[in-house]
Design a protein around this ligand. Structure first.
Ligand code: ADP
Ligand code: TRP
Length: 323
């Protein structure tokens, strides 16, 4: 089973990215063949500052490594180290109808939020499909908002196979984990673009400050509270054991508990989980060549796979290149 997923280097990674996507990427390395990449071509749809893109790309690599991605087990690479994906994106665009892309929810969401409606943003799902298909990926672990893109990828694989009467592409499947949507400090979906994130590598003090500022209703301390509608409870559930979740559930319903208590516990969990990663990251960062070496060797491995698939793609559609 080959697992593949990507994360855009478009800002600081947050709890939603971790529980929605990165955690399952890192866990998958123990059981499956795992390809994880930094989607820097995709990030050009939002980051148009060369130094910033270079820095954010390196940051995502350090973040993954600090959080436990082991380059001996999983292949971590930069999208742009396999330039063949842009060639495949072009080829897929010639078998894909404009109507499919017009149905993409994320394009509508992003332009509604004010992002410029460039052709790159419109064609984003085609490049994503190329990312997935070029490695013959079986499973793509992502957050809920990405499921449509994976379904579109399977559609594009089918269009190509049908057009050229071949079986070049495998049809991939999305894999969701239990934390489908992680709420932000304001109760909306946590997202870089909403300014409501808890960033994974914030220092302890600012992380705690943000946690203590999470929005709650104004039910007085002594009264019973509804855990199912509470942001703090939703976040606690990501960290706590089943028994502890049941305990908090009971404390909420009984009354006599202030939201501050739940926030303090959340801050403790955050520190327990991400404090050690923060220290590892600081150590890794001291060696500027480490992350680059990991990416370079991951890129070589990924590119070899991609080149094999691309030879079949070109052959199927009659594109000749001189080697
Ligand atoms: P953002 O919305 O912050 O820009 P991205 O779109 O870059 O995040 O998402 C990267 C990955 O993290 C995707 O797989 C996405 O599904 C997942 N993800 C992002 N935010 C959340 C969230 N609040 N809950 C669950 N998963 C999320
Ligand atoms: N679109 C994904 C996101 O915003 C990032 C991404 C690009 C991706 N290519 C991919 C995810 C291929 C999975 C597979 O999070």
């Amino acid at each position: 089973m080959r697992i593949l997923s990507g994360v855009q280097p478009s800002g600081k990674l947050h709890l939603g990215n971790f529980f929605g996507a990165m955690k399952q990427h890192i866990e998958a390395q123990e059981r499956e063949e795992c390809f994880i990449f930094i989607a820097n071509y995709h990030a050009l749809t939002t980051i148009q500052d060369a130094d910033r893109l270079r820095a954010l790309t390196r940051d995502v690599a350090l973040d993954y490594l600090a959080l436990g991605l082991d380059p001996a087990k999983a292949c971590l690479f930069r999208q742009s180290d396999v330039p063949e994906v842009t060639e495949l994106a072009w080829i897929l665009s010639t078998v894909t109808g404009k109507g499919l892309l017009e149905r993409a929810v994320s394009f509508k969401d992003k332009t509604a939020k004010g992002l410029s409606a460039s052709m790159g943003l419109f064609c984003y799902p085609i490049l994503q499909a190329a990312d997935i298909l070029i490695y013959h990926s079986d499973v793509v672990p992502v957050g809920k908002d990405q499921v449509q893109h994976i379904e579109m990828t399977a559609d594009m694989a089918g269009y190509f196979n049908n057009t050229y009467k071949c079986e070049v592409f495998k049809l991939p499947q999305a894999r969701l984990n239990e934390a489908a949507i992680v709420p932000g400090v304001d109760g909306e979906k946590m997202s870089k673009s909403y300014g409501n994130t808890l960033d994974l590598f914030d220092d302890a003090k600012s992380a705690k400050k943000k946690i203590m500022s999470i929005k709650t209703d104004s039910t007085p301390v002594e009264e019973p509270k509804d855990p199912t509608t509470c942001n703090i409870f939703a976040l606690l559930k990501l960290f706590a054991s089943k028994d502890e979740i049941a305990e908090w559930d009971a404390r909420y319903r009984k009354g006599g508990m202030g939201y501050g208590d739940a926030k303090k516990r959340l801050a403790e969990f955050f520190e327990e989980k991400f404090g050690p990663a923060r220290e590892r990251r600081a150590t890794l960062e001291k060696d500027p060549s480490y992350a680059e070496d990991v990416l370079a060797s991951g890129g070589k491995k990924a590119r070899a796979v991609a080149q094999g698939v691309m030879a079949k793609v070109r052959d199927a559609c009659g594109i000749v290149i001189h080697h």
